[in-house]
Design a protein around this ligand. Structure first.
Ligand SMILES: [Zn+2]
Length: 193
């Protein structure tokens, strides 16, 4: 997608899942440099119907090493043990084989990220970069993208106020491990019907 606010079909670019190349070979631009995120997620997870990649600044503070956890009832889709983090430097090819600009700009880096979505994982953080989330519909993945940011912002504020916002052992107002499953069931209620 070229524009954040596409006005017509001309603002959209279709890509092949197999190699992330434009469907229209005469296209004057290859467009989105991180399109391998999407192609590799779809290739590795046929059940996934939509993916969002974001550079939201709300999630970048996880460079602190503090795990991102579900902090409130709208984020039950986040991994209760802590959201997985994609460390791109572990996947750079030696000898200058990859640009070290943090971007997921080729098939190998995309496949390494896509592997984080095994076992039904919904969100993966990307250290010093942003996050990617997947879902079984556009509505679901947009909801997950929005509430991943909001949950991160809540946790960041909680850290500033020196109180952990997630349950680490009992008796807390945040989303507990058990409560996370219950929160997950709220998803259909907030999707448009
Ligand atoms: Zn990116």
């Amino acid at each position: 997608m070229q524009s954040c606010s596409p006005a017509s079909g001309n603002d959209l670019i279709e890509y092949h899942v197999g190699d992330a190349e434009p469907v229209d070979p005469s296209s004057s631009t290859k467009g989105y440099s991180e399109r391998h995120i999407h192609s590799e997620v779809y290739k590795g997870h046929p059940s996934v119907q939509a993916a969002v990649h974001s550079h939201s600044e709300a999630v970048v503070p996880t460079i602190s090493g503090v795990p991102l956890r579900p902090c409130y009832h709208m984020a039950g889709f986040l991994r209760a043990e802590g959201v997985l983090v994609y460390e791109i430097s572990e996947h750079w090819r030696g000898g200058g084989g990859d640009k070290r600009d943090m971007l997921v700009s080729n098939e190998g880096l995309g496949a390494a990220l896509a592997a984080h979505f095994d076992d039904g994982v919904a969100v993966t953080l990307m250290r010093g970069h942003g996050f990617t989330t997947v879902g079984d519909s556009i509505e679901e993945v947009v909801l997950r993208a929005v509430y991943t940011q909001k949950n991160s912002a809540i946790q960041n504020i909680a850290a500033l106020t020196t109180r952990a916002a997630y349950l680490v052992g009992g008796g807390h107002a945040g989303a507990s491990q058990g409560g996370s499953g219950t929160c997950r069931r709220m998803r259909p209620r907030v999707l448009p019907r």
